[in-house]
Design a protein around this ligand. Structure first.
Ligand code: NAG
Length: 263
């Protein structure tokens, strides 16, 4: 059939169909965008009354943890996600965790909350990142440390070193597969993938590897302004998605809390 033999009615019919289809796609898109927007609107920020309500009904903050939090509010910009810390402590209790590692803690809220659920023979290694403000961190640990340690019967061992030194030290000391819970603060790291690999080696089978900072405050979504750090996080996130050695969940807690459960 040549072009010229197509009847006028057919052309109009095809035109109407096309317009209807396009309108359908447009409306459908709008509808789904609307639906998605609505369902993504979980919380309107930290002061959202629904969030306050959930925290009020779920947080069981130990008096020592509360005290530390209040101290940090007065003296430093606290980087505390009590709900995420409690979730990890709950998981730790569930698996009877005896040996934990925390990489990149700044002020000790997480290690404290975790160490509080350790049994009497338990141990937590808290790695404090070596940064330019390390003297400040050292001072903090010196000042506040004895109080924290007393609250947890000296179960926390503090390491102020680079990530590499700490992880390589543990690996060469024969600690492969001995930790049942490892927490990594990925914020600011540029070798996330390596850090993940080493921590996974240190983790026991059926252990929990928790990674905070996988969202970088949303910066992982911006394709144009990629820093080394953002690229590093993105590559790690993608690699973990395909990593058959772990089960995986990511929760919208803290700065994106990834939970990997080692097989
Ligand atoms: C995570 O690391 C960043 C960068 O070193 C630090 O500012 C932040 O306080 C850390 N977060 C926690 C919960 O320790």
């Amino acid at each position: 059939m040549s072009r010229s033999t197509v009847t006028r009615e057919a052309v109009v019919g095809i035109g109407v169909l096309g317009v209807t289809f396009a309108a359908g796609v447009y409306i459908g898109k709008r509808y789904f965008m609307y639906r998605r927007k609505k369902s993504q609107k979980m919380f309107e920020g930290a002061d959202d009354p629904r969030r306050t309500y959930l925290l009020r009904l779920s947080l069981r903050e130990h008096p020592s943890a509360k005290k530390l939090c209040q101290y940090l509010l007065r003296t430093a910009s606290p980087d505390v996600s009590s709900d995420a810390a409690q979730l990890l402590a709950n998981l730790a209790k569930l698996i009877n965790s005896k040996k934990m590692l925390e990489m990149g803690c700044s002020y000790g809220y997480n290690p404290l909350v975790l160490a509080l659920v350790l049994p009497s023979d338990g141990k937590l290694i808290a790695h404090v990142r070596e940064t330019e403000d390390i003297s400040q961190a050292r001072e903090f640990w010196r000042e506040v440390w004895h109080q924290l340690q007393a609250a947890v019967d000296n179960k926390i061992q503090v390491e102020v070193k680079s990530e590499e030194q700490t992880l390589d030290g543990l690996l060469s000391a024969g600690e492969v597969g001995t930790f049942d819970l490892i927490f990594i603060n990925m914020s600011g790291l540029t070798n996330c993938r390596k850090c993940y690999e080493k921590c996974l080696r240190l983790l026991k089978s059926r252990g929990v590897l928790a990674i905070d900072g996988v969202l970088c405050n949303g910066a992982v979504l911006k394709k144009n302004s990629m820093t080394d750090q953002l690229q590093s996080i993105q590559q790690m996130n993608e690699a973990i998605l395909r990593d058959a050695r772990v089960f995986l969940s990511i929760l919208p807690l803290a700065d994106g809390l990834m939970l990997c459960f080692k097989l």
